[in-house]
Design a protein around this ligand. Structure first.
Ligand code: NDP
Length: 487
């Protein structure tokens, strides 16, 4: 059986490349090639820039309320096609249908809807300066680039295109080579909704295509989601043309469980924050610090629930709640970290091995893994693993655990479980992290700005402030009196 070949999406339509170069995409749950995609060669790249220039001219001239109306049509189409799009995400990423069906498309649609609503609400300022005055205009940046990771491919494309397009920019989006189809489907939906040709383009390929975007002098901004190391390369490259950057990078986030916490709730948060999307979530709380007095209770419940409630298998089966990792390489990387955890002396509470579920025997599954007796210097406690591997540590003193939790170059997220309202806020205010939860973990509504402290990122996505990251302020001084000139 031949598999489909997808082309790049440029100027409102598919565009064939000239090099003939393609790459294969595999279903991580079966290890089978499911389709091929054409690489964006220089012919496609030039066409992307030209079409984005034309798209920008049309789109930025439209009244914001008109852009809003079109984007809201796209939102309706996204919701209408939820199941079709969710299935694409399951086949591309290996995540369970149970999640994709209610999260991936909907959280993407929510963000476009949110920014569509804000588009007409953007206003400038006006101020008198004597008899003269000035006013400001919020103008779009021009052509922006989005570069996405593979864990939430469609959601990431929506989170970048929502504010970019609402503010009147054109976007050239490069999805991860592992998960390229969701962005193509989004491009089709935008076109069907009435987004003018060239406003949202999708270019396909690996790092080289990303590098071209970060170098291009025609692109004003890069919004990137991916690893810290790649993010540094992107910032360095974007500096060549002084592009604006938004960086959504990795994390190694702490969750603090105090002695007065609702332990079952804290275990739920720890499991969600380590095993949802089989552990491939940037904000995961992979360092769980538990107060000594409730440590045993916490790990007993954690072990029981992890061993009883996690169902790994064919991700399309609605009863499965734990899927396959993105690739064989990533599977090997995660297994390598587990071996390191064992060799460095952590206690394996549960998991620690590859899985071969009967319904998906060739998938890249790793069992949900919990290490206890962890210490701060262990590799598994220090480095982002991006898989289902949780490290549990003990603490006794509040100030000390805050210091330990902050002792990292990353600062994406943090959480605290306690019933003491004063302690909850006191502790969370001291966390060096951009996304924090109290007695909760992982929720990220469109209204809430998200982004990292320290090396976990630059700028924010979602929330009102993100529109500012996709606009520039023009100040216009208006002379109402005669100019006084010494010349
Ligand atoms: P990578 O950094 O490997 O890749 C991200 C994207 O960048 C991909 O599209 C990749 O292309 C592309 N790319 C690779 N090299 C370059 C380069 N030199 N210049 C420009 N683009 C490049 O990340 P992953 O895809 O492996 O995603 C996992 C990482 O993403 C984790 O660290 C995770 O924490 C982080 N992440 C952060 C989120 C946040 O909001 N903070 C959310 C989700 C994930 P290709 O893959 O096709 O080679």
């Amino acid at each position: 059986m031949t598999t489909p070949v997808y082309q790049n999406f440029i100027n409102g339509d598919f565009l064939k490349n000239q090099s003939g170069e393609t790459f294969a995409v595999k279903n991580p749950a079966t290890d089978e090639v499911i389709y091929h995609v054409e690489v964006a060669d220089s012919f496609v790249q030039n066409a992307a820039i030209e079409s984005a220039k034309q798209g920008f001219a049309v789109w930025s001239a439209m009244a914001p309320i008109e852009r809003s109306r079109i984007l809201l049509k796209a939102v309706a189409l996204l919701r209408e096609r939820n199941d079709l799009l969710a299935k694409i995400e399951v086949l591309d990423t290996g995540k369970p249908w149970q999640e994709a069906e209610c999260v991936d498309v909907q959280t993407g649609a929510d963000v476009i809807e949110y920014f569509a609503g804000l588009a007409p609400a953007q206003v400038g300022q006006q101020q008198m300066v004597g008899e003269d005055f000035y006013y400001t205009r919020k103008e779009p940046l021009g052509i922006c680039a989005g570069i996405g990771a593979w864990n939430y491919p469609l959601q990431i494309a929506c989170w970048k295109s929502g504010p970019a397009l609402a503010a009147g920019n054109a976007l050239i989006f490069k999805p991860s080579e592992e998960t390229p189809l969701g962005a193509i489907k989004l491009a089709e939906i935008f076109t069907e909704a009435g987004v003018p040709a060239g406003v949202f383009n999708v270019v396909q390929g690996a790092a080289e295509v990303g590098q071209w975007l970060t170098h291009s002098p025609d692109i004003e901004k890069v919004s990137f989601t991916g690893e810290v190391g790649t993010g540094k390369k992107v910032v360095a490259s974007a500096a060549g043309t002084l592009k604006d950057v938004t960086m959504e990078l990795g994390g190694k986030s702490p969750l603090l469980v105090f002695e007065d916490a609702d332990i079952s709730q804290a275990v739920s948060a720890a499991m969600l924050g380590n095993f949802y999307t089989q552990g491939e979530i940037c904000t995961n709380c992979t360092r769980i610090y538990v107060h000594k007095s409730v440590y045993q209770q916490f790990i007993d419940e954690l072990k029981t629930r992890t061993e009883q409630n996690i169902v790994a298998g064919d991700p399309l089966d609605p009863s499965v709640n734990f899927g396959a990792l993105i690739s064989k390489n990533h599977h090997n990387l995660v297994m390598g970290y587990i071996e390191k955890g064992i060799s460095e002396g952590a206690t394996l509470l549960t998991g620690g091995k590859a899985l071969r579920p009967e319904s998906a025997p060739n998938g890249y599954f790793v069992a949900p893994t919990v290490f206890t007796d962890c210490t701060d210097d262990m590799t598994i406690v220090k480095e982002e693993i991006f898989g289902p591997v949780m490290s549990v540590l003990v603490f006794e003193d509040e100030d000390d655990v805050i210091r330990r939790a902050n002792d990292t170059h990353l600062g994406l997220a943090a959480g605290v479980f306690t019933k003491d309202i004063k302690r909850a806020h006191r502790v969370i205010h001291q966390m060096q992290a951009g996304i924090c939860w109290i007695n909760s973990y992982g929720n990220s509504p469109a209204e809430m700005p998200v982004g990292g402290y320290k090396q976990s990122g630059i700028g924010r996505e979602n929330g009102i402030e993100t529109l500012d990251h996709y606009t520039q302020t023009k100040s216009i001084y208006v002379g109402m009196t005669d100019i006084e000139s010494p010349f």
